[in-house]
Design a protein around this ligand. Structure first.
Ligand SMILES: Nc1ncnc2c1ncn2[C@@H]1O[C@H](COP(=O)(O)OP(=O)(O)OP(=O)(O)O)[C@@H](O)[C@H]1O
Length: 258
């Protein structure tokens, strides 16, 4: 069954049409990437799905329910999760405590947020950390972790909200190539096992072609192609957009101009 259905989304900022008639669907367990040159409208579309931006027109349906006007908080309660960077202020807390905070906040025990986070939801936090391969580091301070491990903790924090749909904005930015592949393999296996749909933006084409099951290509706010990584790699419009557009900051690896 379709998890997310985005229909005819449009958004302008002054005279700039950041998104024009963007439509796509996402199934449970599917990894869907939104790519495009800088300024193509990826963040705009992403934020309209997450609820940070209200579209000028169009509809966002989650499990058939119209959430176009819902706040980010309401979307979170309905199952829209998002990876966030572990906040600086939480770095001094342990890995498990960071996940416990997310669990406590999901249960809306906000009054108890700061007090005994150490003891609350500990078992559930450790279970989540096992799923991302970080249980051994449960009692380490987040500040002592390698960057790739912090990203795993961020994934555990997002999973604490029991998302149906997980939004990941450039999940592998700043990571080494090996760590990127590991994080995305992990994300794909969890998405598949739990039927979570994953929508992600990404500049690294190795990540996109290696881990997305389907790809949407935006250029100047419009969808120019949707398909499997292989279809997208071969698409003449996509090749032109990336290789012939002066706005493209990086050419996708594996897309030569031949
Ligand atoms: N809040 C805003 N106010 C004005 N213009 C905006 C705003 N947000 C985005 N834009 C414009 O909308 C267009 C699409 O921007 P968007 O950030 O969605 O693109 P993007 O594909 O995510 O780019 P990047 O890869 O550089 O992050 C750009 O021309 C941008 O300048």
């Amino acid at each position: 069954m379709t998890l997310l259905s985005v229909q005819h989304l449009g958004k302008s900022f002054g005279g700039v049409a950041a998104a024009r008639d963007v439509s796509f669907t996402l199934q449970r367990g599917e990894m869907l990437a939104i790519i495009g040159p800088n300024g193509a409208g990826k963040s705009t579309v992403f934020n309209m799905v997450g609820g940070q931006l209200r579209p000028d027109r169009g509809t966002v349906l989650l499990d058939g329910r119209n959430i176009t006007a819902a706040s980010p908080q309401m979307r979170f309660r309905l199952g829209v999760g998002r990876t966030f960077q572990v906040a600086q202020t939480f770095l001094s807390m342990s890995v498990a405590e960071n996940v416990q905070m997310a669990l406590v906040s999901r249960r809306r025990e906000s009054g108890a947020l700061w007090s005994p986070a150490r003891s609350r939801c500990r078992d559930e936090a450790v279970t989540l950390l096992e799923r991302v391969g970080m249980a051994d580091a449960a009692d380490h301070p987040c500040s002592a972790l390698a960057y790739g491990d912090v990203k795993r903790v961020e994934l555990a924090i997002a999973l604490a909200g029991h998302p149906k749909l997980l939004l990941m904005d450039e999940p592998t930015a700043g990571m080494a190539a090996r760590e990127r592949a590991d994080l995305m393999d992990l994300t794909a296996s969890i998405a598949d096992a739990e039927g979570i749909g994953v929508l992600f933006t990404e500049h690294d084409m190795d990540v996109v072609f290696g881990h997305a099951e389907r790809v949407i290509v935006l250029v100047r706010g419009q969808t120019i192609a949707t398909g499997s990584p292989e279809d997208i790699r071969q698409d003449p419009d996509v090749r032109r957009a990336y290789l012939g557009d002066e706005h493209a900051l990086e050419k996708p690896k594996g897309m030569d101009s031949a």
